[in-house]
Design a protein around this ligand. Structure first.
Ligand SMILES: Nc1nc2c(ncn2[C@@H]2O[C@H](COP(=O)(O)OP(=O)(O)OP(=O)(O)O)[C@@H](O)[C@H]2O)c(=O)[nH]1
Ligand SMILES: [Mg+2]
Length: 688
């Protein structure tokens, strides 16, 4: 079968088409907030009615799930929905339970289980959708399923460049004539669609995630669009971002020299249930900030014990054996067993952790409760206290600051192993003796460890464990901060001089979270100096407007706080490296002018490329002139009026190619000597 790829060359997938697809997906699945923000930010016209219906549909399903079918039916009546017929079959099944004496034990017992209810709910949702004349799958989901098929076919093939994608597809697919005739237009549409949606890879993963739990996708995008991949910052995309914890991005970019296509393979290795809507913000922006609730364990209960008076014979018997006498305090009062202490909650710094992301999917922690006094109600000498519950220990990355809800700093876990007790477990309850009224008074007087209260019971119950809300803030602890525009080669630099293995790819915002690497000391300096090692943090790219939250935002800028040296990486092969350099300096200034006073080294990267190499000397010259080497720390009042030129210039400017390993040693030398110059000048303030 002949396919002319030219047919598809002019297909332009308008923004509207994509927007429509996305919106219908959102409405279909009942994401009300996302739908509204999407409509708002795309300025689409959409009748409010759809949203209203959606709301009702969702509430019907929810009500039934919660067991309030009466209200659900009322809403259905209101919408004049007659969907029950459609799911009558399921109810018929249900009626068959009547045939059994004990339905729970019957072969049909599954019908009363959770699974069955889920099944009913799904059928109900589908029935309502059908009734409202809405398709059972949103167009987006249909597309995705089809893409999955395409992907499967593509994955089975050995890709050997050079080839042209259109030829390739037509070759391969013409053997599936029926398939192709039906789907060929769609195939290309999907490719175009994917191309346009890779503007935000994250949003696409989301769709895949919610529909299938394990899947691998190939995103194919034409070269013209790939360098421009950008994270789009709209409320909609913010709500759709998934916590990367459930996803692993396996970037595997293949560039073929002689042809026009590039594949970005992205793998979603395992994914749990889709996150609740409240968490679908951009988690990478929150890897360093989270609010958690911890609850220490309750104390175990004591017991109300019977003190059985032994008759003389028995007493004699136990005495003979030399055991069995009840435990008594030095003054002769009885020691009664108490419930176990509830588990405390401790937060400690663990070197193996590097983000707070996981706390977004699990933000509540509960320590175990103490054990109860295991009494059968009789006081015997064998009685033991309830088991003390173990302390719950929650690991967080080194550099985490723990704050109370009111903002009070409880601890700054700056060293591995630092820890803080954040919630105390409840006291175990004490035990009481049950005895005839006439003896009670005497007994109470004898047992000093019984706290007396109006109502005995309360004493017997363990005390509740403390519950607190905590704010965790991670501050990367590093000596050197690598800054620069996206794609400048910061991660490559880190990988070149340390053992860190950050993601590297030729599109911006590869790095979403800081990577840390350790720079070894310089052996040539001899034993004494060898220890002059430092930690490097590779920060996500800064763009113009970052201080206002653009790109990956200002969250990262605060990680510079604890660094004492900045290494400013500039891609020397771009149109105007000097402008790029100024952009980043400006951003730093807008965030906090003090950062411009911090010592820094400029690394002009990519000098293996001719366009960079040729103008290296003039670039170095120009950058050295921006900035005043003699500038002193100035008083803060006039910082606003100062030009970039008035701030201290770089300690040095070096041209390197971190990729090809050119001039690396020179660069290391500069970084080390700069580190030496500014040792001990880091700012260790905690407030943001
Ligand atoms: N030719 C050349 N390419 C380089 C050099 N250093 C890095 N690159 C390429 O530049 C691209 C971006 O590198 P990264 O290290 O991911 O850049 P980054 O600054 O960390 O980018 P973000 O994480 O997006 O902010 C990759 O394709 C690298 O292979 C170099 O010295 N020469
Ligand atoms: Mg990077």
């Amino acid at each position: 079968m002949e396919i002319d790829p030219k047919l598809y060359e002019d297909i332009a997938l308008g923004e509207n088409v994509v927007n429509d697809l996305i919106l219908s997906y959102l409405i279909h699945n009942g994401y009300r907030e996302s739908s509204e923000s999407f409509i708002a930010c795309t300025e689409m016209n959409r009748p409010a009615e759809d949203l209203e219906k959606m709301e009702k549909r969702i509430s019907i399903v929810r009500l039934i799930r919660e067991g309030d079918s009466r209200t659900a039916f009322e809403i259905m009546d209101e919408m004049s929905l007659r969907v029950l017929d459609n799911i009558k079959l399921l109810f018929d099944d249900f009626m068959s339970l009547l045939a059994y004496k004990d339905p729970l034990e019957s072969p049909m017992s599954g019908l009363v289980g959770e699974d069955f209810r889920q099944q009913v709910l799904e059928s109900l949702n589908l029935a309502i959708l059908a009734h409202l004349n809405l398709p059972q799958l949103s167009a987006m989901e249909v597309l995705i399923r089809q893409t999955t098929v395409v992907r499967d076919i593509l994955m089975q093939l050995e890709w050997s460049p050079p080839f042209s994608l259109s030829n390739f597809l037509s070759d391969r697919l013409s053997s599936h004539a029926a398939f192709v005739s039906k789907w060929r237009k769609l195939l290309f549409d999907i490719i175009l669609l994917l191309g346009s949606l890779t503007v935000n890879i994250g949003s696409f993963f989301y769709f895949f995630l919610t529909n299938q739990n394990r899947i691998m996708v190939s995103l194919i995008s034409p070269p013209s669009s790939s360098p421009k991949i950008q994270l789009r910052e709209t409320p909609f995309f913010s709500t759709l971002f998934i916590p990367p914890r459930t996803v692993q991005f396996l970037h595997n970019t293949r560039n073929h020299e002689n042809h026009k296509w590039k594949t970005v393979r992205c793998g979603v290795t395992s994914a749990g249930a889709s996150p609740p809507p409240s968490l679908m913000k951009e988690p990478h922006k929150f890897f360093d900030h989270v609010i958690i609730t911890v609850r220490a364990g309750d104390g175990g209960h004591g017991a109300v014990l019977n003190h059985r008076e032994k008759n003389e014979q028995e007493q004699a018997k136990t005495k003979k054996k030399g055991k069995g006498s009840l435990k008594r305090d030095f003054d002769g009062s009885l020691i009664l067993p108490a419930g176990g202490h509830g588990g405390d909650v401790v937060i400690y710094a663990d070197e193996t952790k590097d983000t707070l992301l996981e706390f977004h999917s699990k933000s509540r922690f509960h320590a175990k409760r103490g054990g109860n006094v295991g009494a059968m109600g009789v006081l015997t000498s064998m009685l033991r206290d309830g088991l003390v519950a173990p302390t719950m220990r929650i690991p967080v990355p080194v550099g985490t600051v723990v704050k109370s809800k009111r903002g009070k700093v409880l601890a700054d876990l700056a060293q591995p192993g630092d820890e803080v007790l954040v919630a105390r477990g409840g006291q175990g309850g004490i035990s009481l003796l049950e005895m005839p009224q006439r003896q009670r008074k005497k007994m109470m007087a004898l047992t000093t460890n019984v706290m007396r209260d109006d109502s005995d019971k309360i004493l017997v119950h363990g005390q509740p464990g403390e519950e607190v809300k905590l704010e965790l803030i991670l501050r990367v602890v590093a000596d050197v901060g690598l800054i620069g525009l996206p794609n400048a080669g910061k991660s490559t630099l880190l990988a070149a001089i340390t053992l860190a293995k950050p993601d590297i790819a030729d599109y911006p915002f590869t790095t979403l979270m800081p990577n840390l690497g350790r720079l070894g000391g310089d052996p040539s300096l001899g034993a004494g100096m060898y220890s002059s090692e430092a930690t490097l943090a590779d920060l996500p790219g800064l763009i113009e407007g970052a201080h206002l939250g653009k790109g990956l935002g200002r969250n990262f800028l605060r990680h510079l706080r604890r660094t004492r040296l900045l290494v400013h990486v500039v891609d020397a092969a771009t149109e105007s490296p000097v402008n790029d350099y100024r952009t980043v300096r400006e951003e730093l200034r807008m965030y906090n002018p003090a950062y411009l006073e911090r010592p820094y080294v400029v690394v002009l990267n990519k000098i293996d490329l001719p366009e960079a190499k040729d103008r290296l000397p003039s670039l170095i010259q120009e950058i050295m002139t921006i900035g005043n080497r003699d500038a002193q720390l100035s008083d803060e009042t006039d910082t606003k009026e100062k030009r970039l030129e008035d701030y201290p210039g770089p300690l040095s400017v070096v041209g390197v190619s971190v990729l090809k390993g050119i001039q690396i040693n020179e660069m290391l030398k500069e970084i080390r000597s700069a580190l030496k110059k500014c040792s001990g000048s880091s700012e260790t303030l905690i407030s943001t």
